[in-house]
Design a protein around this ligand. Structure first.
Ligand SMILES: [Zn+2]
Ligand SMILES: [Zn+2]
Length: 343
């Protein structure tokens, strides 16, 4: 199966080198978040990452995409998405127990790395790794097609965008954001983040921003991340493919479809950044709380379970692979050639 899929990838031809929300999207989420972290949280994160620059989160925002492409990091590929087995465009929903695969998903990963980043027993490297994963996955979960199993998250919906033949997932990750901003450098991301931050503070998003983080809690991480995934997944029915996938496979998605989608892309990037900033503030606060606990009650700390790297403790009960999970496994199996572009 893998060799056939590799051939298919090569045959696609004009494929941009793309990653999950592309580099631009992830860096923009990071810069927005930097505008909402407290100065104490910022100093803590800079210390964890060993980066005191003004791009400390943006610099590592796409690390997880590079890592998954290495042999050592292949295990982390399923953590970039949750394959919601719903039925767009007529029905969209996320069910954690139904949808999170046996090898983990974005929701279990957010829960696990939230726990690990505040776990004082872990090595400095493991804490830094946890923060790099968190910054990335809180971005991924806002991309609607990272919360959808249909056609392997749109990776198998072949479309044309502004003359480029690729798939719908890649258009959402990369082509459409870059069409809007005109590049994918850190300075492009910084200026996009500035625009989105203004919209949050005093513009179009001002009245709704509080609802983006309502109920978020680092003590109920699976529920929180499931809410984020459900929120993004709803756009699969309403915006990503409101008339089904076949309607997107003829003609060029630019400009009509682009114009119908770009507002949602901006909204989701803004949300991801706002949530990430707030989440890191809560993680920092609870980590400090834990440090106090260490001094006063050594016993509680010693009897707490030690988290594993994959976060198995957060996973639903193992079950047989569904057709959607088999399709994803086939795609992941083909993932590691130079032409890899699936997410
Ligand atoms: Zn992606
Ligand atoms: Zn990703």
């Amino acid at each position: 199966m893998a060799p056939l899929s590799k051939l298919a990838l090569v045959a696609l031809g004009t494929v941009k080198g793309v990653a999950a929300w592309g580099v631009l999207g992830h860096a923009t989420v990071a810069y927005v978040a930097q505008n909402y972290v407290s100065s104490d949280t910022a100093s803590w994160a800079q210390g964890v990452l060993g980066d005191s620059s003004s791009s400390y989160l943006a610099n590592i925002a796409s690390w997880a995409d590079d890592y998954r492409e290495t042999t050592a990091g292949e295990w982390s590929a399923p953590l970039h998405f949750i394959d919601a087995e719903d039925n767009p465009p007529s029905s969209c929903n996320v069910d954690y127990d139904r949808d999170c695969g046996n090898s983990g998903c974005s929701i279990s990963a957010i829960a696990n790395y939230t726990q690990r980043v505040g776990d004082g027993r872990l090595s400095t490297d493991n804490v830094a790794e946890a923060l790099r994963f968190l910054v990335h996955f809180i971005g991924d979960v806002t991309q609607p097609l990272h919360d959808e199993a249909y056609k392997v998250g749109g990776n198998e919906i072949e479309v044309t965008f502004n003359g480029y033949s690729d798939n719908l997932h890649a258009d959402w990750d990369t082509y459409m954001p870059e069409q809007l901003i005109g590049g994918d450098s850190l300075s492009d991301a910084q200026s996009w983040a500035k625009t989105l931050t203004t919209e949050i503070n005093s513009g179009n998003y001002k009245s709704q921003a509080a609802s983006w983080i309502e109920g978020d809690s680092t003590s109920d991480t699976v529920s929180t991340a499931t809410r984020w995934a459900s929120d993004a997944n709803a756009f699969v029915c309403s915006v990503v493919m409101p008339n089904g996938a076949a309607a997107l496979e003829t003609g060029d998605l630019y400009p009509t479809y682009y114009n119908s989608a770009i507002g949602t892309i901006e909204l989701q990037i803004a949300k991801g950044g706002y949530r990430l900033g707030n989440w890191l503030n809560m993680v920092y606060t609870s980590e400090i709380a834990k440090r106090d606990l260490e001094g006063s009650d050594q016993k509680v700390r010693d009897t707490a379970s030690y988290p594993d790297l994959l976060g198995r403790e957060f996973l639903p009960e193992p079950r047989p692979l569904s057709r959607a999970k088999l399709a994803r496994a086939a795609m992941e199996g083909s993932c590691c050639g130079s032409g890899k572009h699936d997410h």
